[in-house]
Design a protein around this ligand. Structure first.
Ligand code: EPZ
Length: 420
């Protein structure tokens, strides 16, 4: 298994190109199942999860071809010949569950392995299933698989989510585009990735109102057609590299990044002493003087994203004063804490909150990555720590960060991948 070696202490300086959003690309690829015609996606990030979704679509009979030499353009098309998403793919990537809604809507049935839990939580999909059942699908669970059937098609319904779910919103939004009649999704997630998905669906002929709000109104249509869509930049990659600039006391330009997709991250980083401003073609990020401890609570968009929690915690480890980080979305998303403490951080976890008392400096150490965002928080800590840090199990990183060591090395970081 590859490892990453970092020697900390160098302030980052330079430009980092932000890629397409992983969490927009994955549902958009699943949306390719909603028509036999070609859906062409531009600005697709080159990540392990994208390859896994392409593999899944191929097992369903749908072709995914990379259309340009740097692989950022995908053409998805073809006839569905299988409606089963197998366990060995779904267990690797939970986003595989996003084929459920499109398959039921298109083919009248789907058999998708239950994703099971992951490092950050049990991750149930009950809201996805309840929504499909409300739209007329019969749902049975057998042998670890969900079997959803709607031989006469889905019916539009008014679905009120008891709490915000990104995946359930996406699955049911896609299913509703081909349902009979009107579907209302109330208390829908409002993440920019959902807005991006909705805009692509409209380009494919879907009828959706309320895009960007927590109330989506979809008039079902008989069929969708092909389209071309450019994926939005990745706001979590943007926030991650903003924290990298801040934790090293550097100054970077994040090319292609969009300020308005960052939600509460902008306010929180500014309160912590980080300057973020729009420049031609992206954002400029630099640390003004010292970092200050700032309390955050993770919330659905436009609140502070849970996917930025670990990265922000790394930053708070070297801030003046204390900070409290409260994780309200997932039940087990503090696995980075013991690893950061091994690097000299002072973090105490009390239930869903972690208290971080800033230290003047952390010290490098061999550390273990456990999930995508925890892994990158260890890289951030290593960039600022005295001495050498070795991050093990970097396959977690490769799921969501394209060429992270090259992007950071190009800004002066002493970082390299050690093939394992
Ligand atoms: C998406 O996961 C993202 N993944 C996650 O990013 C992100 O952390 C999460 O949204 C929250 O923003 C993708 O977009 C591929 P949820 P998702 O449904 O859809 C509970 C990353 O690092 N829940 O909004 O699975 C769930 O357990 C990944 O890029 C139910 O109880 O998240 C969680 O506690 C990690 N029942 C909360 O809701 C359900 O049916 C929010 O989950 C669905 C969810």
């Amino acid at each position: 298994m590859d490892r990453i070696r970092i020697r900390g202490g160098t302030p980052l300086a330079g430009t980092i190109a932000i890629g397409g959003a992983k969490n927009a690309a994955l549902p958009l690829m699943a949306a390719g199942l909603l028509t036999d015609e070609r859906l062409v996606l531009h600005n697709v990030p080159r990540l392990a999860d994208i390859d896994t979704m392409a593999h899944l679509l191929a097992t369903l009979g749908v072709s995914v071809e990379r259309r340009d030499n740097d692989g950022r353009q995908l053409a998805i098309g073809g006839t569905i010949t299988c409606t089963e998403a197998p366990y060995d793919i779904v267990r690797k990537m939970r986003a595989s569950v996003l084929v459920l809604g499109p398959l039921v809507a298109r083919c009248g049935e789907a058999r998708v392995s239950l994703p099971g839990g992951c490092a950050i939580g049990t991750r149930p999909i009950d809201l996805h299933l309840k929504g499909l059942a409300q739209m007329g699908a019969s749902i049975t669970l057998e042998g670890g698989y969900v079997h959803a059937r709607a031989p006469k098609g889905l019916k539009g319904e008014r679905i009120v989510f008891p709490f915000v779910s990104v995946g359930a919103t996406e699955n049911l939004l896609m299913a509703a585009t081909l349902a009979e009649g009107e579907t209302v999704l109330a208390n829908a997630a409002r993440e920019p990735e959902i807005e991006d998905l909705a805009r692509a669906l409209v380009a494919m002929g879907a009828r959706i109102d309320g895009i960007g709000t927590d109330r989506l109104i979809i008039q079902g249509v008989a069929r969708l057609h092909g389209a071309t869509h450019t994926i939005i930049p990745d706001r979590i990659e943007t926030g991650t590299y903003a924290c990298a600039a801040a934790i090293t006391g550097g100054e970077v330009v994040l090319a292609n990044a969009k300020l308005d997709h960052l939600g509460a991250v902008v306010r929180i980083l500014r309160e912590a002493g980080v300057e973020i401003s729009e420049v031609e073609g992206g954002l400029s990020v630099k640390r003004l003087n010292g970092l200050h401890g700032v309390d955050v609570m993770t919330e659905p968009y436009p609140g502070f994203p849970t996917d930025m929690q670990a990265q922000f915690m790394a930053l708070m480890c070297v801030a003046e004063g204390a900070a409290m980080v409260t994780e309200t979305i997932f039940e087990n998303r503090f696995m980075h804490v013991p690893e950061l403490n091994r690097m000299g951080a002072r973090i105490n976890v009390h239930g869903a909150s972690a208290i971080i008392r800033g230290v003047p400096a952390m010290s490098g150490a061999p550390v273990m990555a456990t999930d995508l965002r925890a892994s990158v928080s260890l890289v951030l800590a290593g960039l600022a720590a005295r001495g050498e840090t070795i991050v093990n199990r970097v396959y977690h990183l490769d799921r969501g960060y394209e060429r992270i060591e090259q992007k950071l090395a190009a800004c002066g970081a002493e970082i390299e991948r050690i093939p394992g």
